[in-house]
Design a protein around this ligand. Structure first.
Ligand code: AMP
Ligand code: MG
Length: 293
């Protein structure tokens, strides 16, 4: 099936070295797919998602953790808004991770993410995640200085060690029923510029823009290198990375919704079956209700 092949092409193959620049085109949109068709499929995907999420919640066994990483203006917020639009708010939680607080800095670096993990039956979205600990923290060494680490934990080996710790952390989660989907929304530097300019030109978008966004853009190449390392070291069989083309927002939404919906489908979720005893009770209750005076 064409979609399966398409989805497969976004996965970073575990234990292989990829090149972000050479292997993943931010402006890709599948030739066989027209924008209108993709929007139609997105709508269907959203309905499917709502259906699966209802069963996920009723079953209360698995949880789904969705990790979203990207450069600024790649479309994280709008992807969350669109893809999750059909979902029962009770079964879904979104956490947006910002600069850590003093309390958070007084803990080990995974602490605040651990606390935010979704309960069984829920979909949890991390808008930024523990991957910032090997991205922004790597690009800006002064942030690492604030993390109160003992000297022996700070050496050159820290990034490889963190990759390994993250892999183990995710393995532990997956083994315990928390399924993980990791998306990198791959926007090009040119498209980011266009979106920044729009945020400056349109008054209702001004709030979304800050000068620090331009400053981070200045570190673009460092970020791309850090991201490439993340993909090469933390795309695993149990929690692979998906690199989603993000220069066309309609394509990003279509791709993310399709992948989430297929992941849930693959779990073969089913509503809990009730015992014969419970069925008897239901019949009794029905009887009582119908014969109410
Ligand atoms: P935004 O998502 O645009 O609201 O920005 C959140 C900001 O928090 C970004 O500039 C991130 O780089 C920053 N941030 C997120 N996680 C961390 C972290 N663990 N350490 C330092 N800064 C972070
Ligand atoms: Mg921002």
């Amino acid at each position: 099936m064409e979609f399966d092949k398409l989805i497969q092409s976004f996965i970073v193959p575990p234990k292989q070295k990829i090149s972000l620049k050479k292997d993943y085109d931010p402006a890709y949109k599948a030739d066989f797919l027209k924008k209108e068709d993709a929007q139609q499929i997105l709508q269907e995907g959203i309905q499917q998602l709502a259906k699966y999420q209802d069963i996920l919640y009723a079953q209360n066994t698995y949880a789904l953790l969705i990790v979203l990483q990207a450069m600024d203006a790649a479309g994280k917020d709008s992807t969350i808004k669109h893809v999750m639009s059909g979902i029962n708010p009770q079964g879904c939680q979104v956490f947006s991770f910002k600069v850590p607080s003093a309390e958070e800095l007084d803990h080990d670096y995974l602490w605040r993410y651990f606390k935010a993990l979704p309960e069984r039956g829920r979909i949890g979205i991390f808008n930024r995640s523990y991957y910032e600990e090997v991205l922004v923290v790597r690009v800006h060494p002064e942030i690492l200085e604030r993390q109160q680490l003992p000297p022996e934990a700070k050496g050159k080996e820290i990034w490889n060690r963190r990759f390994e710790e993250i892999n183990h952390f995710e393995k532990y989660l997956v083994s315990n029923g928390i399924i993980i989907l990791k998306f990198f929304l791959n926007v090009s530097k040119e498209e980011q510029k266009r979106r920044f300019l729009k945020r400056i030109e349109q008054p209702e978008k001004n709030w979304k823009f800050s000068l620090s966004d331009v400053k981070e853009r200045g570190h673009w190449d460092d970020y791309m290198k850090a991201y490439e390392d993340v993909f090469n070291y933390t795309s695993t069989e149990w929690a692979p990375w998906y690199i989603i083309p993000a220069d066309y927002k309609w394509f990003t939404r279509f791709a993310v919704a399709t992948i989430i919906s297929r992941q849930l489908q693959s779990l073969n979720l089913a509503y809990p079956t009730v015992s014969a005893e419970h069925v008897q009770e239901l019949l009794k209750a029905k009887d009582a209700l119908e014969n109410e005076k």
